[in-house]
Design a protein around this ligand. Structure first.
Ligand code: C2E
Ligand code: CA
Ligand code: CA
Ligand code: CA
Length: 279
């Protein structure tokens, strides 16, 4: 690391220095964010894939983290999740997110489900099985209503540990889904090797539907493949009627995206989750 920083002297730029200082400050702020109550969750509906929004019954929600910084305002998860990952803060933060999501979902009418993202560091370095287990007990959420979303990148790091963890999580009765399928290395052998219940087709393929015949072919193939492996398929990033119609026609199981509902505070979905609005 020393040699590297010495090498950068020749290309020193004040903006870079500022960026590094910015990140350091942001990191300090992030470590206080939970304590200060600046972190919250938004919930995005996941629905059955049917021809119309009205007939696409909501089956659950994905919890998505939000950080409202006192000075900077809203910081998107694409900025603070990687920061939390690098610094190890994600383990504590991820536990907070999981607890909050499970506590919320435990109050919903059956059989609405909750999907929670697990970050790689949380998965590989924390006691993820112990944490999930104790949060289920603590919140009283039935394990069958919890789904954990994991990106395949996690499993590449350490195959044996990844497999052992997935098996132990499934033994608790929770379901696991492979998030962002198709966005990374996406080896088919991972689908065979790991006991996923669900594949989430990455938004990138859905966006290109209608412009790019290859995307339609890939989505069709992933649905066939997933069903052949007895996995359920959800498509992410559904924004139009055309996309919804195509996915319903092709036998995709469920859909998620702005066309069905944006990620919002749960009070905005009060009618669906059977609670009073505004809280
Ligand atoms: P993700 O898990 O793939 O989540 C889906 C992202 O797509 C969310 O972005 C969501 O707001 C966005 N999205 C949903 N429907 C549409 C659509 O129709 N069109 C478009 N353009 N976007 C749509 P968000 O909330 O900004 O989160 C970004 C990423 O940050 C997530 O991607 C996930 O990787 C990470 N993240 C968010 N919350 C958490 C969390 O609680 N824990 C962890 N570990 N990661 C999180
Ligand atoms: Ca996700
Ligand atoms: Ca995703
Ligand atoms: Ca993603």
């Amino acid at each position: 690391a020393k040699a590297k920083s010495r090498g950068t002297i020749s290309i020193y730029e004040p903006e870079m220095d500022q960026q590094i200082r910015d990140r350091r400050v942001l990191h300090q702020d992030l470590s206080l964010a939970i304590k200060n109550g600046e972190l919250s969750l938004h919930y995005q509906p996941q629905a059955m894939a049917r021809q119309t929004v009205a007939s696409s019954e909501v089956i659950g929600f994905e919890a998505l983290a939000r950080w409202l910084h006192p000075v900077r305002g809203f910081v998107p998860p694409s900025d603070f999740i990687p920061l939390a990952e690098e610094s190890g803060l994600i383990v504590e933060m991820g536990e907070w997110i999981l607890r909050e999501a499970c506590r919320e979902a435990a109050s919903w009418p059956m059989p609405l489900q909750i999907a929670v993202n697990l970050s790689p560091a949380q998965f590989m370095h924390g006691d993820v099985v112990g944490v999930v287990h104790s949060i289920l007990l603590e919140t009283g959420l039935s394990p069958g209503r919890l789904e954990l979303e994991i990106t395949e990148g996690v499993l590449i790091e350490d195959f044996d540990r990844g497999l052992a963890l997935l098996r132990r999580l499934k033994a608790l009765g929770v379901r696991v889904s492979m998030d962002d399928f198709g966005s990374g290395y996406s080896s088919l052998s991972y689908l065979q090797a790991f006991p996923f219940d669900k594949i989430k087709i990455d938004r990138a393929f859905v966006i290109n539907l209608g412009h790019n015949p290859q995307s339609a072919a890939i989505i069709r193939a992933v649905i066939g493949l997933g069903h052949g492996l007895e996995m359920s398929i959800v498509a992410e990033g559904v924004e139009t009627q055309e996309q919804l119609g195509f996915l319903a026609d092709e036998g995709c199981d469920s859909v998620q995206g702005y066309f069905l509902g944006k990620p919002l505070p749960i009070g905005q979905y009060a009618a669906l989750v059977g609670r009073n609005s505004g809280n």
